[in-house]
Design a protein around this ligand. Structure first.
Ligand SMILES: *Cc1c(COP(=O)(O)O)cnc(C)c1O
Length: 370
């Protein structure tokens, strides 16, 4: 029996009855966009994150893009302003910045947590710097104490890319409640996943929330009256109803992920495998369990021969993508090395104990020199 990297069907199968009931409720209501399910989910998700506002949008990329767009509409950000971001993030973080004619400035991460290194962020602050984007990569909160302090000292916005970190907590505060605004994704594979695309902007800033509310709906808050050249990016009623079911199970599912991670961290002791470092147990929700290995490709093949399917997050850093020729000459040696060494092992709330055991045993039999 293979151990797939992720089986989303198995995750949702546990809640199938509740998900079908939620879907049926929306079908029967006859109301499918911008209705009561979305309003209820927005209240519940804002309360869960500990923030004043949550606004459902079409996907995680739109959530991040609309945050920057709203700051531009409000005159807080202007074309050419720089946003500091971790160099080893998923490309969506940068796309949200450059889509608004802002300039992404990728910097090196902390090699142990994979999150932006506050000292590297500080070194990158220049006269055009206006914001820092903290990506809680793989499910672990970035160093929000240091980044908040840094943002305050230089008068910068602090934006969270929380697409991988629903529920991650530090000192009683959750992802989404640390920065000026946060973008979440509800893509099906995320810790809080819809059965299609979805996303949310979370913020304590009522002016920003108001602007995003209009932007996601053609720039309009009153039908046929348009304050902005907005977009159509809304979280539909069926996805909102499904997310309400799954939000109620999120903490329990994150605890199950922590259990798998605990067993990997206790069980994998190979000299060539470097385990992820955890700042505080609650601050990591293990969206992805990523190890480092100097012979990553050989390890990946070794695991695959035993039916264990790893994945690489991510094989090419954004500054080396053809999409960003303007970043081609940037030198980020650590980021570049990480992309050659990282390997993500299967992790899910539903991953069976014997599958976890098999992964641990397969890692143990990886030859150091072959
Ligand atoms: C998934 C993800 C996004 C984008 O979310 P989508 O819903 O897929 O658009 C952005 N940033 C990070 C770090 C992600 O993992």
């Amino acid at each position: 029996m293979d151990v797939p990297f992720l089986d989303v069907g198995a995750i949702n199968a546990r809640y199938a009855d509740a998900l079908k009931a939620a879907t049926a409720r929306v079908i029967d209501s006859g109301w499918y966009v911008l209705g009561e399910e979305l309003a209820a989910f927005e209240r519940e998700f804002a309360a869960y994150c500990g923030a004043r506002h949550a606004l459902g949008v079409g996907n995680g990329l739109d959530a991040l893009t609309l945050i920057f767009r709203a700051y531009r509409e409000l005159g807080v950000l202007a074309e050419g302003d720089e946003v500091i971001v971790a160099g080893n993030t998923y490309i969506a973080s940068l796309l949200a910045i450059s889509a608004n004619r802002l300039v992404p400035v990728p910097v090196e991460p902390d090699p142990l947590t994979f999150n932006i290194d506050p000292a590297c962020a500080e070194a990158a602050v220049g006269p055009r710097t206006r914001a820092i984007m903290a990506v809680h990569l793989y499910g672990q909160l970035a160093d929000m104490h240091a980044l908040s302090e840094l943002a305050k000292r230089h008068g910068l916005l602090l934006i969270e890319d929380a697409a991988q970190a629903h529920g991650a907590m530090l000192d009683g505060r959750r992802a989404g409640a640390f920065g000026d605004a946060a973008g979440f994704s509800f893509y099906p594979t995320k810790n809080l996943g819809a059965l299609g695309d979805g996303g949310a902007v979370v913020t304590g800033d009522s002016r920003l929330a108001d602007t995003v509310l209009a932007l996601r709906n053609y720039g309009s808050q009153v039908k046929y009256h348009h304050l902005h050249q907005g977009v159509n990016s809304r979280l539909d009623e069926i996805q909102a109803a499904i997310l309400r079911v799954k939000l109620g199970r999120l903490d329990a599912d994150n605890a199950l992920r922590r259990g798998v991670a605990r067993r990997y961290r206790d069980g994998i002791t190979h000299p060539l495998i470097r385990l992820p470092q955890v700042r505080a147990e609650e601050s990591h929700v293990w969206h992805i369990f990523t190890i480092r290995c100097p012979r990553r490709d050989a390890l990946r093949r070794h695991l695959a021969l035993q039916g264990i399917h790893g994945a690489v997050h991510y094989p090419v850093p954004p500054h080396r993508q053809p999409a960003y020729p303007e970043l081609r000459n940037l030198r980020l040696p650590l980021t570049e090395r990480l992309h050659e060494e990282v390997l993500s092992l299967p992790i899910a709330p539903t991953l069976a104990d014997d599958a976890v055991e098999r992964v641990i045993r397969a890692c143990a039999t990886f030859e150091c020199s072959a």
